[in-house]
Design a protein around this ligand. Sequence first.
Ligand code: ADP
Length: 495
Amino acid sequence: MKNRLRILFLASEVDPFAKTGGLADVASALPKSLFEKGHDVRVMMPKYGSISERKYVLRDVIRLRKLSVKMGAKEHIASAKSAFIPDTKVQVYFLDYKPFFDKKDLYVDQKTGRDFSNNAERFAFFCRAALETAKLLHWEPDIIHCNDWQTALIPWLLKNEYRDEKFFSDTATLLSIHNLAFQGNFAPESIKDIGLPQALVKEGGEMEFYGQASFLKLGVGSADAITTVSPSYAKEIQTPEFGSGFDKLLKARSKDLTGILNGVDYTIWDPEKDAMIPVNYTVNNLQDKLENKRALLKQAKLPFDESVPVIGMISRLTEQKGFDLIEKIKDKLFERNVQLVILGTGDPHYQNMLETLSKENSDKLALFVKFDEELAHLIEAGTDMFLMPSRFEPCGLNQMYSLRYGTLPVVHNIGGLKDTVIDIDKDSSKGTGFTFDNYDETALLATIDRALALFGDDKSWLKIVKRAMKQNFSWDSAAEDYVKMYQKIVSGKRK
Ligand code: ADP
C-alpha cells in the first residue's frame, strides 16, 4: 500500500477564493488536512472573474500557459495559474478560460437570477481541462476526488474517453455528494456541446434522468466509490423521501457509498483565535462572549439587553433551510422575549417575508441580505443560540461552528444535524443543544421555547455552553477516513 498518495482534489468552489456554501469550506480544509498528513494533494478549480490575482498571488505556470481542451467539435485554448491556499503549502490550480469563467458569479447570473445557460459546457470544460492539466504537469494522480455534479463527468471520462491512456491507468475516482438537491441536469441536446455520445441520454442511458442529461447520475454510476458528508445523510438519500429521484441509483451502489462527517477548520472557526471577532474568548472567560453580543447588536441596530436571548441564522434563504417553518411561526415567535439576527441571500419570497418582518419588529429582528464572511463570524460569537431548522441537511457546518462558539444550536433532527447535536432533554449528561424530530411548526416552536426557558436558568445554560465548546469535530479524523477510503479504492484498482 502506498503511504503517500497523489490526490487531485476538484471542486467548483474553494474557500477563500470563491464560496457560496459549505462545499468551499470542505474543499479548503480537507486538502489542508491531507497535506498535513503527508499526502501530495493538489486542488483545481475554475478561475472565476471574482478571484483577485493580486490578493491571492496567482502565478503563471510555464507548462500551463497553453492548455488545449477538446470538447465535441471545438477546441478551446485555455491556461492555468497557481497559488497556495493562504498560510499553507497546498497548491491550487486555477483553470483560466475567460469565455466560460470570466463572470463574477459561480453558477447563477445575478442579473437574471437564473443559472447561466451554458453551465453544462462550463463545467464539462472544467472536468476535461482538469485532466489535461494533470497531463501537462506530468503528475499522475492516484486518486481524483470529485465533488458534486460540477466534477462528476470525470469518472466516466476516465473509464471511456481516457480508457487507453496509460497516464490515468492507475487513477481511481471518488465522488463526494455535498447536496443531492444539486444534480446538474440539463436539456438532452446539451450533450452535443459537451462532446459526449448521444447514447448516454437515450431512455435508460447512463446519463438519462427523467428525460434530461444528468452530470450527477453519470458520476454516481461510474465513480469507484461515493461518499457523502454525514452518516445519517448517507442512509437518508437511499430512501424515496430524501433521495431526490436518486434513491434507487444510490441503493444499487450502497456497498460503495459511505457517509463521512465533515470537520471544522478550527484555524478559522475558533473564538479563541478568530481574527474577525472583536473580542476573543474561551470556556474560561465567557464574559468576553458578551462583548461580541454587544458589538453584534450595535451593528444590527437592535437594543442590547444581556438577559434577552439572541438567536442567529446564517443561511441560504431557501426552503431546504426551513424558512417555510419560520414563515409559519413568525407571529408567535415575536410574541416571545427574543431577538434574531439573520444573514443570508436566496429565494426572493423568503427575503421579502423577512424584510417585512424586520420592519414590523424593528427592535427584535435584524436582517442582512448579503454574503459577508466577517459578519458570519460575529453572529457565531455574538448570539446565544443558532437556528437551523433545515428540512434536510447533508452535513451543515454552522451548527458545528456554533458549538465551538458556545452558541447552542436549535436544529431539526436530520442528516448531519442529527450526527452532531445531542438534545439536552434526551441526554442530560451529553446534550449540547435542542433538536426536534417532526418537521412542523409546532415542533419547531416548542423546541425554541425549550431553549428560551433554559436560557433563563443561568447555571444550567452555562454548563451546556461549556460542554458544547469542548466538542471536537476537527478534520483530523475525517481526513483519516478519507485516506482509508482512497487506499481501499486505489488497491482495488491495482488488483
Ligand atoms: P450549505 O452548503 O447547504 O449552504 P452549510 O451549513 O454546509 O450549508 O455551509 C454554509 C457555509 O456558508 C457556512 O460556512 C456559512 O457560514 C456560509 N454562509 C452561508 N450564507 C452566508 C452568508 N450570507 N454570508 C456569509 N457566509 C455564509
